[in-house]
Ligand binder design. Structure first.
Ligand code: PLP
Length: 409
């Protein structure tokens, strides 16, 4: 009789976003006349920029031309895209990253979920709390997290680094030394970032302790403040301790198109082994390359027209972020984020849990958000709203929220 991987059974019953989807469907069924505004899931809403569409069309046409057939893509990505990434995203920021240290993939989710495979079973992970749930869940699947305690919402073998209003959502060095440190900057869900000096502390710590930082920079293009680095490799010493994940989803609307990349510097060595070689081996065995047409479309992200169009898209979403932030502040709420990230993090009214507030928001304003507790135990008492909606819907949602009996103090 085959035995299953029992670690999967340890995962909490239902995934955050499927619970939300069920509640929203039930609400719509009971209230067919109400217009529901969704500010829950972090998916973009603007059409894909014209420069990208044009490149996509060109690539599709090329596939049909005689003598230009493209079969399997190189495992690690086409040179034309890797060179562009290195020269556009890294060299101008002073990072010593070369094209052959970049692994092109179908997005950051799979890479930041899979990266744990190259580390030993006994490695101890540290995560910001709250954070993107993929880091913990993928380590649960790998059997690295111990037991789950329903009352605290914590795994016994995970180091949680609470990020709350009390510490300005900035993770502090843990008492117990971790092997793997997941940092998500700008953070999903709190929208907070680390300055150069704050990030340097982590880089120095990892180099001193031999830990590896797994740095998720999926929201890098939303950074507006000068003292916040866009890449961890802007920090001296990061090449010997950090892996960075990037995505084309949020900066270029590729959530359904799918493209991302992971950077592993060749100087990142643990136990005498280059982590770059391990990931190259893993990538070559389990991934057959992002499609040619998508990688070609990715080049348009770096063209003059593409850059201008995407800058406008980011500005569009950040205008929404300001509408949410300012509107809720005006209504007397405690709000965070929304400056370097498309997420607004809101303290729920006193006496309510994150899920209580989810229900009230849906009932009283027909607006969908995400309960903070879904991102980790320290997310309890908070709530995430995204700036990825349309401007009109965002304005309407905030107007409705301002009238909510349970929000008005
Ligand atoms: N990393 C973070 C922090 C995210 O919030 C998300 C998506 O919401 C991803 C990665 C996934 O990115 P991708 O669409 O490239 O898989």
């Amino acid at each position: 009789m085959v035995k299953i991987n029992e670690n999967y059974l340890k995962l909490p019953g239902s995934y955050l976003f499927s619970t939300i989807a069920k509640k929203v469907s039930a609400y719509i069924e009971a209230n067919p006349d109400k217009k529901v505004i969704r500010l829950g899931i972090g998916d973009v809403t603007q059409p894909i920029a014209p420069a990208i569409i044009e490149e996509l069309h060109g690539a599709v046409d090329e596939m049909g031309e005689a003598g230009t057939f493209h079969g399997y893509a190189p495992d690690l990505g086409y040179g034309f895209l890797r060179e562009l990434i290195a020269s556009e995203d890294y060299i101008p920021r002073g990072c010593e990253i070369t094209a052959d240290e970049i692994f092109v993939s179908d997005g950051a989710k799979s890479d930041c979920g899979n990266i744990q495979e190259i580390f030993d079973q006994n490695c101890k992970i540290a995560v910001c709390d709250p954070v993107y749930p993929v880091y913990v869940d993928s380590n649960v699947m790998a059997g690295r997290t111990g037991e789950y305690d329903e009352t605290t919402g914590k795994w016994s073998n995970v180091i949680y680094m609470p990020c709350t209003a009390e510490n300005h959502f900035i993770p502090e060095l843990p008492e117990e030394t971790p092997d793997l440190i997941y940092l998500c900057v700008p953070n999903n869900p709190t929208g907070t970032t680390l300055t150069r000096d704050q990030l340097k502390v982590w880089v120095d710590y990892a180099n001193e302790t031999g830990a590896v930082i797994l740095y998720d920079a999926a929201y890098e293009s939303y950074i507006a403040q000068d003292d916040v680095p866009h890449s961890i490799y802007e920090i001296e010493g990061a090449n010997t301790c950090a892996i960075e994940f990037r995505s084309f989803s949020k900066n270029a609307g590729f959530t359904g198109v799918r493209l991302g990349f992971t950077v592993i510097p060749k100087s990142l060595v643990r136990g005498g082994v280059m982590l770059h070689s391990l990931w190259a081996r893993r990538h070559g065995t389990k991934f057959n390359g992002a499609p040619y047409i998508i990688q070609k479309a990715g080049t348009a992200v770096y063209s003059k027209e593409g850059k201008a169009q995407l800058k406008e898209q980011v500005a569009y979403y950040m205008r929404n972020a300001k509408v949410i932030y300012d509107g809720l502040k005006e209504a007397g709420c405690e709000v965070y984020g929304g400056v370097n990230a498309p997420y607004i993090w809101l303290r729920v009214p006193e006496g309510m849990t994150s899920w209580d507030f989810f229900d009230r928001l849906l009932e009283e304003a027909s607006v969908v958000g995400t309960p903070g507790s879904g991102f980790g135990p320290s997310g309890e008492g908070y709530f995430r709203l995204t700036a990825f909606g349309t401007y009109e819907n965002t304005v309407e949602a905030i107007e409705r929220m301002k009238k909510m009996p349970s929000l008005i103090k």
